[in-house]
Design a protein around this ligand. Structure first.
Ligand code: AKB
Length: 319
Protein backbone atom coordinates (compact mmCIF):
# COMPACT_ATOMS: atom_id res chain seq x y z
CA UNK A 1 0.00 0.00 0.00
CA UNK A 2 1.74 3.18 -1.18
CA UNK A 3 -1.06 5.62 -2.06
CA UNK A 4 -4.23 4.90 -0.15
CA UNK A 5 -7.69 6.37 -0.78
CA UNK A 6 -10.16 6.06 2.10
CA UNK A 7 -13.84 6.58 1.25
CA UNK A 8 -16.26 7.37 4.07
CA UNK A 9 -13.32 8.78 6.04
CA UNK A 10 -15.57 10.90 8.27
CA UNK A 11 -17.43 7.86 9.63
CA UNK A 12 -16.83 5.79 12.76
CA UNK A 13 -14.02 3.62 11.31
CA UNK A 14 -12.70 6.17 8.80
CA UNK A 15 -12.12 9.01 11.25
CA UNK A 16 -9.72 6.84 13.27
CA UNK A 17 -8.28 4.79 10.40
CA UNK A 18 -7.21 7.96 8.58
CA UNK A 19 -4.96 9.15 11.45
CA UNK A 20 -3.72 5.59 12.06
CA UNK A 21 -2.73 5.15 8.42
CA UNK A 22 -1.26 8.65 8.11
CA UNK A 23 1.07 7.73 10.99
CA UNK A 24 2.11 4.46 9.36
CA UNK A 25 2.24 5.37 5.65
CA UNK A 26 2.93 9.12 5.77
CA UNK A 27 0.71 12.16 5.60
CA UNK A 28 1.08 12.50 1.80
CA UNK A 29 0.20 8.89 1.10
CA UNK A 30 -3.27 8.74 2.62
CA UNK A 31 -6.10 10.52 0.81
CA UNK A 32 -9.14 10.81 3.03
CA UNK A 33 -12.49 11.49 1.37
CA UNK A 34 -16.07 12.20 2.34
CA UNK A 35 -19.19 14.08 1.32
CA UNK A 36 -18.65 17.16 3.53
CA UNK A 37 -15.86 19.21 5.06
CA UNK A 38 -16.79 19.69 8.73
CA UNK A 39 -14.90 22.50 10.49
CA UNK A 40 -12.33 21.36 13.05
CA UNK A 41 -12.21 17.79 11.70
CA UNK A 42 -8.71 16.25 11.98
CA UNK A 43 -9.51 14.07 8.96
CA UNK A 44 -10.11 17.18 6.83
CA UNK A 45 -7.47 19.48 8.31
CA UNK A 46 -4.48 17.26 9.18
CA UNK A 47 -3.71 15.86 5.71
CA UNK A 48 -5.03 15.41 2.17
CA UNK A 49 -8.82 15.44 1.94
CA UNK A 50 -10.98 15.19 -1.19
CA UNK A 51 -14.74 15.67 -1.49
CA UNK A 52 -16.22 12.46 -2.92
CA UNK A 53 -19.83 11.41 -3.20
CA UNK A 54 -19.42 7.69 -3.92
CA UNK A 55 -22.72 7.67 -5.89
CA UNK A 56 -20.75 9.50 -8.60
CA UNK A 57 -18.20 7.14 -10.12
CA UNK A 58 -16.39 10.00 -11.91
CA UNK A 59 -15.60 11.72 -8.61
CA UNK A 60 -13.82 8.55 -7.42
CA UNK A 61 -11.98 8.09 -10.74
CA UNK A 62 -10.72 11.71 -10.70
CA UNK A 63 -9.22 11.30 -7.24
CA UNK A 64 -7.67 7.90 -8.06
CA UNK A 65 -6.03 9.41 -11.17
CA UNK A 66 -5.00 12.67 -9.50
CA UNK A 67 -3.16 10.95 -6.62
CA UNK A 68 -2.06 7.77 -8.46
CA UNK A 69 -3.92 5.68 -5.87
CA UNK A 70 -2.96 1.98 -5.61
CA UNK A 71 -5.20 0.94 -2.69
CA UNK A 72 -8.84 1.82 -1.99
CA UNK A 73 -10.20 1.35 1.53
CA UNK A 74 -13.91 1.56 0.79
CA UNK A 75 -15.76 2.37 4.02
CA UNK A 76 -18.72 4.42 2.76
CA UNK A 77 -21.79 2.38 3.78
CA UNK A 78 -25.21 2.43 5.48
CA UNK A 79 -25.50 0.35 8.70
CA UNK A 80 -28.14 -2.19 9.72
CA UNK A 81 -30.85 -0.16 11.49
CA UNK A 82 -30.75 2.72 8.97
CA UNK A 83 -30.68 0.10 6.21
CA UNK A 84 -33.95 -1.41 7.47
CA UNK A 85 -35.54 2.06 7.47
CA UNK A 86 -34.45 2.63 3.86
CA UNK A 87 -33.58 -0.69 2.19
CA UNK A 88 -33.37 0.64 -1.39
CA UNK A 89 -30.89 3.34 -0.38
CA UNK A 90 -28.87 0.73 1.55
CA UNK A 91 -28.62 -1.43 -1.57
CA UNK A 92 -27.68 1.56 -3.77
CA UNK A 93 -25.00 2.84 -1.40
CA UNK A 94 -23.55 -0.44 -0.15
CA UNK A 95 -23.61 -2.47 -3.36
CA UNK A 96 -23.67 0.30 -5.99
CA UNK A 97 -20.66 2.16 -4.66
CA UNK A 98 -18.70 -1.07 -4.06
CA UNK A 99 -19.28 -2.15 -7.66
CA UNK A 100 -17.99 1.26 -8.85
CA UNK A 101 -14.91 0.89 -6.64
CA UNK A 102 -14.23 -2.64 -7.93
CA UNK A 103 -14.49 -1.51 -11.57
CA UNK A 104 -12.14 1.40 -10.85
CA UNK A 105 -9.74 -1.00 -9.10
CA UNK A 106 -9.78 -3.29 -12.15
CA UNK A 107 -9.16 -0.39 -14.54
CA UNK A 108 -6.49 1.46 -12.50
CA UNK A 109 -4.84 -1.59 -10.90
CA UNK A 110 -5.72 -0.96 -7.26
CA UNK A 111 -6.15 -3.28 -4.28
CA UNK A 112 -9.44 -3.02 -2.37
CA UNK A 113 -10.37 -3.46 1.28
CA UNK A 114 -14.02 -3.25 2.24
CA UNK A 115 -15.54 -4.19 5.60
CA UNK A 116 -18.13 -6.91 5.74
CA UNK A 117 -20.11 -7.66 8.90
CA UNK A 118 -21.50 -10.32 11.24
CA UNK A 119 -24.77 -9.29 9.52
CA UNK A 120 -24.00 -11.64 6.59
CA UNK A 121 -25.19 -14.47 8.86
CA UNK A 122 -28.84 -15.19 9.53
CA UNK A 123 -31.30 -17.62 11.05
CA UNK A 124 -29.83 -20.61 9.20
CA UNK A 125 -26.26 -19.95 10.42
CA UNK A 126 -24.75 -21.72 13.43
CA UNK A 127 -25.11 -19.24 16.33
CA UNK A 128 -22.21 -20.23 18.55
CA UNK A 129 -18.70 -20.56 17.11
CA UNK A 130 -20.16 -19.56 13.71
CA UNK A 131 -17.75 -21.09 11.18
CA UNK A 132 -15.82 -19.07 8.59
CA UNK A 133 -17.47 -20.90 5.69
CA UNK A 134 -21.09 -21.04 6.81
CA UNK A 135 -24.53 -20.74 5.25
CA UNK A 136 -25.38 -17.00 5.21
CA UNK A 137 -29.01 -16.20 4.24
CA UNK A 138 -29.06 -12.80 6.05
CA UNK A 139 -32.42 -11.49 7.30
CA UNK A 140 -31.72 -7.75 6.81
CA UNK A 141 -31.08 -5.58 3.74
CA UNK A 142 -27.76 -4.54 5.33
CA UNK A 143 -26.77 -8.22 5.62
CA UNK A 144 -27.87 -8.87 2.03
CA UNK A 145 -25.69 -5.98 0.80
CA UNK A 146 -22.69 -7.20 2.81
CA UNK A 147 -23.12 -10.80 1.65
CA UNK A 148 -23.45 -9.61 -1.97
CA UNK A 149 -20.38 -7.41 -1.44
CA UNK A 150 -18.35 -10.44 -0.35
CA UNK A 151 -19.43 -12.33 -3.49
CA UNK A 152 -18.59 -9.35 -5.72
CA UNK A 153 -15.15 -8.94 -4.16
CA UNK A 154 -14.37 -12.64 -4.60
CA UNK A 155 -15.66 -12.45 -8.18
CA UNK A 156 -13.36 -9.52 -9.04
CA UNK A 157 -10.41 -11.39 -7.52
CA UNK A 158 -11.07 -14.67 -9.34
CA UNK A 159 -12.25 -13.22 -12.67
CA UNK A 160 -10.01 -10.16 -13.00
CA UNK A 161 -7.20 -10.68 -10.46
CA UNK A 162 -8.15 -7.59 -8.38
CA UNK A 163 -6.53 -7.96 -4.93
CA UNK A 164 -9.65 -7.74 -2.74
CA UNK A 165 -9.67 -8.44 1.00
CA UNK A 166 -12.27 -8.01 3.72
CA UNK A 167 -13.17 -8.57 7.34
CA UNK A 168 -16.56 -9.38 8.89
CA UNK A 169 -16.59 -6.78 11.64
CA UNK A 170 -18.67 -7.24 14.76
CA UNK A 171 -19.97 -4.22 16.72
CA UNK A 172 -17.17 -1.65 16.88
CA UNK A 173 -16.74 0.36 20.06
CA UNK A 174 -14.91 3.67 19.94
CA UNK A 175 -14.82 7.10 21.57
CA UNK A 176 -13.80 9.33 18.63
CA UNK A 177 -16.85 9.27 16.30
CA UNK A 178 -20.27 7.80 17.05
CA UNK A 179 -21.52 4.92 14.89
CA UNK A 180 -24.29 5.91 12.49
CA UNK A 181 -27.37 3.74 12.92
CA UNK A 182 -26.30 0.18 13.68
CA UNK A 183 -27.76 -2.50 15.95
CA UNK A 184 -24.63 -2.79 18.07
CA UNK A 185 -24.59 1.00 18.75
CA UNK A 186 -25.98 0.44 22.27
CA UNK A 187 -22.53 -0.79 23.30
CA UNK A 188 -21.09 2.67 22.45
CA UNK A 189 -23.96 4.82 23.77
CA UNK A 190 -23.89 3.04 27.15
CA UNK A 191 -20.42 4.46 27.93
CA UNK A 192 -21.44 8.06 27.07
CA UNK A 193 -24.60 7.77 29.20
CA UNK A 194 -22.73 6.10 32.07
CA UNK A 195 -20.43 9.12 32.32
CA UNK A 196 -23.11 11.75 31.73
CA UNK A 197 -26.14 10.37 33.63
CA UNK A 198 -24.98 7.22 35.45
CA UNK A 199 -27.80 5.29 33.78
CA UNK A 200 -28.66 3.86 30.38
CA UNK A 201 -31.82 2.47 28.77
CA UNK A 202 -30.87 -0.34 26.40
CA UNK A 203 -32.84 -0.96 23.21
CA UNK A 204 -31.37 -4.50 23.14
CA UNK A 205 -32.79 -7.15 25.51
CA UNK A 206 -30.91 -8.68 28.42
CA UNK A 207 -29.31 -11.98 27.40
CA UNK A 208 -28.76 -10.98 23.74
CA UNK A 209 -25.17 -11.87 22.91
CA UNK A 210 -23.30 -10.24 20.02
CA UNK A 211 -19.65 -10.13 18.99
CA UNK A 212 -17.85 -6.84 19.67
CA UNK A 213 -14.42 -5.25 19.19
CA UNK A 214 -12.56 -2.16 20.42
CA UNK A 215 -11.53 0.19 17.62
CA UNK A 216 -7.72 -0.08 18.10
CA UNK A 217 -7.98 -3.82 17.33
CA UNK A 218 -10.15 -3.11 14.27
CA UNK A 219 -7.65 -0.59 12.84
CA UNK A 220 -4.80 -3.01 13.37
CA UNK A 221 -6.81 -5.80 11.70
CA UNK A 222 -7.33 -3.72 8.53
CA UNK A 223 -3.61 -2.99 8.17
CA UNK A 224 -2.62 -6.58 9.05
CA UNK A 225 -4.94 -8.23 6.54
CA UNK A 226 -3.90 -5.79 3.78
CA UNK A 227 -0.17 -6.26 4.48
CA UNK A 228 -0.32 -10.08 4.54
CA UNK A 229 1.58 -11.92 1.81
CA UNK A 230 -1.19 -12.99 -0.65
CA UNK A 231 0.30 -16.49 -0.75
CA UNK A 232 -0.83 -17.01 2.84
CA UNK A 233 -4.48 -16.21 2.18
CA UNK A 234 -6.86 -19.10 1.61
CA UNK A 235 -9.88 -16.83 2.23
CA UNK A 236 -10.28 -13.21 1.14
CA UNK A 237 -13.86 -11.94 1.39
CA UNK A 238 -14.32 -11.89 4.18
CA UNK A 239 -12.71 -13.08 7.42
CA UNK A 240 -14.61 -13.75 10.67
CA UNK A 241 -13.00 -11.74 13.50
CA UNK A 242 -14.08 -11.17 17.08
CA UNK A 243 -12.56 -9.91 20.31
CA UNK A 244 -15.37 -10.57 22.77
CA UNK A 245 -19.02 -11.56 22.96
CA UNK A 246 -21.38 -10.14 25.58
CA UNK A 247 -24.96 -9.15 26.33
CA UNK A 248 -26.03 -5.68 27.66
CA UNK A 249 -25.99 -6.80 31.32
CA UNK A 250 -22.31 -7.81 31.05
CA UNK A 251 -21.15 -4.42 29.80
CA UNK A 252 -23.29 -2.82 32.55
CA UNK A 253 -21.61 -5.02 35.22
CA UNK A 254 -18.18 -3.99 33.93
CA UNK A 255 -19.11 -0.28 33.96
CA UNK A 256 -20.41 -0.65 37.53
CA UNK A 257 -16.88 -1.60 38.65
CA UNK A 258 -15.83 1.97 37.70
CA UNK A 259 -19.13 3.80 38.36
CA UNK A 260 -20.90 1.89 41.20
CA UNK A 261 -24.14 3.96 40.92
CA UNK A 262 -24.58 3.03 37.24
CA UNK A 263 -27.93 1.40 36.40
CA UNK A 264 -29.16 -0.23 33.20
CA UNK A 265 -32.85 -0.44 32.28
CA UNK A 266 -34.50 -1.83 29.14
CA UNK A 267 -36.89 -0.40 26.54
CA UNK A 268 -36.63 -2.83 23.64
CA UNK A 269 -36.70 -1.66 20.03
CA UNK A 270 -38.39 -4.59 18.23
CA UNK A 271 -36.65 -3.90 14.91
CA UNK A 272 -33.12 -3.79 16.30
CA UNK A 273 -33.87 -6.70 18.67
CA UNK A 274 -34.99 -8.87 15.72
CA UNK A 275 -31.82 -7.93 13.83
CA UNK A 276 -29.63 -8.80 16.84
CA UNK A 277 -31.38 -12.15 17.28
CA UNK A 278 -30.73 -13.06 13.65
CA UNK A 279 -26.97 -12.52 14.11
CA UNK A 280 -24.43 -14.91 15.63
CA UNK A 281 -23.72 -14.97 19.38
CA UNK A 282 -20.05 -15.66 18.90
CA UNK A 283 -17.93 -16.15 15.75
CA UNK A 284 -15.18 -18.68 15.16
CA UNK A 285 -12.24 -16.60 13.89
CA UNK A 286 -9.68 -19.40 13.52
CA UNK A 287 -9.12 -18.69 9.79
CA UNK A 288 -8.10 -15.06 10.50
CA UNK A 289 -5.78 -16.20 13.30
CA UNK A 290 -4.14 -18.83 11.07
CA UNK A 291 -3.97 -16.97 7.76
CA UNK A 292 -2.87 -13.47 8.86
CA UNK A 293 -2.15 -13.63 12.57
CA UNK A 294 -5.31 -11.98 13.98
CA UNK A 295 -4.77 -11.57 17.70
CA UNK A 296 -6.89 -8.90 19.44
CA UNK A 297 -5.48 -7.05 22.46
CA UNK A 298 -8.65 -5.83 24.17
CA UNK A 299 -11.31 -7.76 26.09
CA UNK A 300 -14.41 -6.34 27.84
CA UNK A 301 -12.46 -5.46 30.98
CA UNK A 302 -9.52 -3.64 29.34
CA UNK A 303 -11.78 -1.96 26.77
CA UNK A 304 -14.14 -0.61 29.45
CA UNK A 305 -11.25 0.83 31.47
CA UNK A 306 -9.75 2.54 28.41
CA UNK A 307 -13.07 3.67 26.95
CA UNK A 308 -14.20 5.36 30.20
CA UNK A 309 -10.83 7.07 30.67
CA UNK A 310 -10.69 8.37 27.08
CA UNK A 311 -14.31 9.51 27.09
CA UNK A 312 -13.84 11.31 30.40
CA UNK A 313 -10.93 13.29 28.88
CA UNK A 314 -13.00 14.04 25.76
CA UNK A 315 -16.02 15.28 27.75
CA UNK A 316 -13.71 17.41 29.96
CA UNK A 317 -12.08 19.00 26.89
CA UNK A 318 -15.50 19.92 25.42
CA UNK A 319 -16.81 21.53 28.66
C1 AKB B 1 -24.36 -2.65 12.80
O1 AKB B 1 -24.77 -2.82 13.96
O2 AKB B 1 -25.08 -2.43 11.83
C2 AKB B 1 -22.86 -2.74 12.57
C3 AKB B 1 -22.43 -4.12 12.19
C4 AKB B 1 -22.37 -5.19 13.19
O3 AKB B 1 -22.11 -4.35 11.06
N1 AKB B 1 -22.15 -2.30 13.74
Amino acid sequence: MKKILITGALGQIGSELTSYMRDIYGINNVIASGRRTPKGSKVVEDGIFELINTDDVNQIINVVKKHKVDTIIHLAAILSAVGEANPIKAWEVNVGSLLSVLEIARTYDCSVFTPSSIAVFGDYSQKFKTPQDEVQKPATMYGITKSSGELLCDYYFKRFGVDTRGIRFPGLISYETLPGGGTTDYAVHIYYEALKNKKYTSFIKEGTYMDMMYMPDALNAIVEVMETDPGKLIHRNAFNVTSMSFAPEHIAQEIKKHIPEFEITYDIDPIRQAIAESWPDFLDDTAAREEWGWNPKYDLKSMTKDMLAKLKEKIKAIN
